[in-house]
Design a protein around this ligand. Structure first.
Ligand code: SF4
Length: 469
């Protein structure tokens, strides 16, 4: 995960599940630990123990939330877990997941990564017919719809419920019938299946499998419900697929050691960098990444251009959320807390600085200044994605359009603002080519404004409300 010093594009959520194994809660803990980069606000695990579901949820990091004592309160052989960064619904413990619900089909627990674009509309109609909501999260509407379905099996009730919702969702639903793993028909968010000692597992990213010694089997397909059981995986299509996976997972969100949408994140990032070098070559002495997010793209840029790669900036990995921001007068100090240039590497050099994106521009400006302060002769900024101009409505917490510098500034204006000698962004065509998918088979909305799932009026209203607040 890259360094975000201003409120920029932030991560969303991560889910993990394991069926029928010793110490399921402890495995879920490890899985969530590997997915921590996808959400740092809250963590939770729900465990099925005979007919009951026990849940433990708390605000904070996985390692802080789950003490030995807490894990001991979660006996059982089947578990799902969730790490959350609030995307819809306030950042409250009540909104932490998994959400657990008593229904006529027995208890159900749900963990959701994504964002529904018609949740408010469904919620209003459910409330009008007497439903009581316990959270402000959009995910709860899915549980209500499942609870109301008259379908005979839980799998059929899930399919029923999903016929009403629109948006992005990678879901895990835990009930007496086991774990159901679901991806929306567009497959916007990742969800992968694996096996560990005969027990099926499921996770947002494959890096979670590596940590627990599970073998990656395949992705849950867009529009597919997969039931994890003692027979492995049984599959059921609930909708016609139209795959448009989120390209930003490869640009920034996912861990480089994961396989996401069938591709290695590290390899795709390198390909973005190589393409960037071909699109925006420059005579320079060193290629320096902004750690950690620019690392693989910078490697690709360096290899393709034949310019030496150098670690000219160091990131402090130990800055937690509790860092006390200095007063406004000494704010510029803020960037240095997380990033510091290495004078010996950049002094007197013509530097190509590679990062994954520019959000507001203020951090890039500070980094360029820091490099010049330690003697960089020239600073050429290269960005391994196109200008970020639009908000995400599919589960990534993004700034509003007004806050995104590229929404109303040209590349030249941004260059001037950040104080670089030159600035080059990867083109949308180049990004898609490196990703290996055409425009109609990917979501690139935050760059191109082409939203593959229609944005409902309520989502547009959310954005304008944020813009005036
Ligand atoms: Fe991903 Fe951007 Fe599409 Fe959101 S808008 S799903 S961040 S590509």
């Amino acid at each position: 995960m890259g360094v975000r010093l201003q409120a920029g594009f932030r991560d969303e959520c991560g889910v993990f599940g394991v069926f029928d194994t010793e110490d399921a809660a402890r495995l879920a803990y490890l899985g969530l630990y590997a997915l921590q980069h996808r959400g740092q606000e809250s963590a939770g695990i729900a465990v099925l123990n005979s007919e009951h579901i026990a849940v433990e949820r708390e605000m904070g990091y996985v390692a802080d939330v789950f003490t030995e004592e807490r894990l001991a309160r979660l006996p059982g052989r089947t578990a799902i877990g969730h790490v959350r960064y609030a995307t819809a619904g306030a950042s409250l413990l009540a909104n932490a997941q998994p959400i657990v619900f008593a229904t006529g089909r027995g208890p159900l627990a749900l963990a959701h990564n994504g964002n529904l674009v018609n949740a408010r509309e469904i919620r209003s109609s459910l409330e009008a017919s007497g439903a009581l909501f316990t959270t402000s999260s959009d995910s709860e509407v899915i549980l209500h719809l499942i609870a109301r379905s008259r379908a005979a099996t839980l799998g059929a009730a899930i399919a029923d419920a999903l016929s009403e919702v629109r948006g992005a969702y990678s879901l895990l639903i835990l009930g007496r019938e086991g774990i159901f793993a679901v991806r929306d028909p567009n497959g916007v968010r990742p969800l992968s299946l694996g096996m560990r000692d005969g027990s099926p597992v499921v996770a947002s990213e494959t890096c979670a499998f590596d940590l627990i010694g599970a073998k990656f089997e395949r992705d849950v397909e867009p529009g597919e419900i997969v039931r994890l059981s003692s027979d492995g995986f049984s599959s059921h299509r609930f909708a016609f697929p139209h795959a448009t996976p989120c390209i930003f997972e490869h640009v920034y969100f996912a861990r480089p050691d994961s396989m996401v949408f069938g591709r290695s994140v590290a390899a795709v990032r390198e390909a973005f960098g190589a393409r960037l070098a071909r699109e925006h070559p420059v005579a320079a002495d060193v290629v320096v990444p902004v750690p950690d997010s620019g690392m693989y793209a910078a490697l690709g840029y360096a290899r393709e251009s034949g310019t030496p790669f150098a670690l000219g900036m160091v990131r402090n990995h130990y800055v937690g959320r509790t860092f006390i921001e200095p007063k406004q007068a000494i704010r510029s100090f803020g960037v240095k807390v997380k990033l510091n240039p290495v004078r010996q590497v950049v002094d007197g050099q013509r530097v190509v600085l590679v990062d994954d994106s520019i959000v507001r521009g203020t951090t890039s400006r500070k980094i360029v200044r820091m490099l010049r302060d330690v003697g960089a002769k020239e600073v050429h900024v290269r960005i391994s994605s196109p200008p970020t101009m639009n908000s995400c409505h599919y589960g990534i917490d993004t700034p509003t359009r007004r806050e995104l510098i590229a929404s109303d500034h040209s590349v030249e204006e941004i260059r001037q603002f950040i104080g670089a000698d030159s600035l080059g962004y990867l083109s949308a065509e180049g990004m898609l080519e490196a990703f290996g998918r055409p425009q109609q088979a990917a979501c690139t909305a935050c760059f191109t404004g082409i939203y593959p799932i229609a944005i409902e009026e309520e989502e547009r209203e959310k954005e304008s409300a944020l813009e005036v607040s």
